[in-house]
Design a protein around this ligand. Sequence first.
Ligand code: CP
Ligand code: NVA
Length: 307
Amino acid sequence: MTAPRHFLQFRDFSRDELAHVFARTRWIKERFKRYERYWPLADRTLVMIFEKASTRTRLSFEAGMQQLGGFAIYFNTRDSQLGRGEPVEDAAQVISRMCDIVMIRTFEQDIVERFARHSRVPVINGLTNEFHPCQILADIYTYTEHRGSIEGKTVAWIGDSNNVCSTWLQAAETLGFTVQVSTPPGYAVEPARAGLRGTGHYREFPDPMDAVRGADLVTTDVWTSMGFEAEDAERKRAFQDWQVDAEMMRAAKPDALFMHCLPAHRGEEVAAEVVDGPQSVVWDEAENRLHTQKALIEYLLLGRVGG
Ligand code: CP
Ligand code: NVA
């Protein structure tokens, strides 16, 4: 049996593979919009394991799998033996004998890596403390739809150097763009934790206004990610000056887009006038989770289909 391919970090895919997935996304999305049935995964089953809450990820994977003709089974920690201490390696052996592909949302990246090592089928990271590769797949596809290739462009990341930020940084290395990061003191990027090959694709700025200057895309995320709730009060104090507001958007390029993986907290990391404003593409971004993940699943299960 050949080892299955996984999507555990953004850097798991080459630039060429990403180009294929984006081309397939476009094809799949156009067909879907025309209500044309595309069922290449009839009788295939996706198992989704959630150890953290979700709206978009669950819905896009579950609906996406059904739209490809397959089935999706939802598990959470509370209702499975995973929450009662069954070793992740054992769970991987069992679950991967009963389905064709697995998606996991959990805490440490190490959990998905260990699961994947013991899985007979492809494993997709649906968010860990360290990474959120499916999100950035959708974000880059969304950027491309609105503005063309992201290569050579400048993305401003404002706020926490969290899972979504690290994934942007990996994407910048693979796809050749720059990320201008501004985080409060004590929350800076840790290149080793972000799994970066170098530091050449991002620059750090103490002042968020400097980070957004000249940006083609401004993006941010919650101040307190899932799993870090105990730090919430401390973070609210530390991040006060890292809210993306209209003044920041004015410092970016005039045609800059705004993205947020959602859920958003208006009045915290983003002002309502920005997330609900004319430069925001957050609803397209959320919708594209569906289309990009369908292309991702198709690629992991069927390889390079299509022209
Ligand atoms: N952006 C995202 O992953 O949303 P959910 O937490 O709702 O899945
Ligand atoms: N950084 C956020 C993303 C939620 C989709 C979190 O991990 O909670």
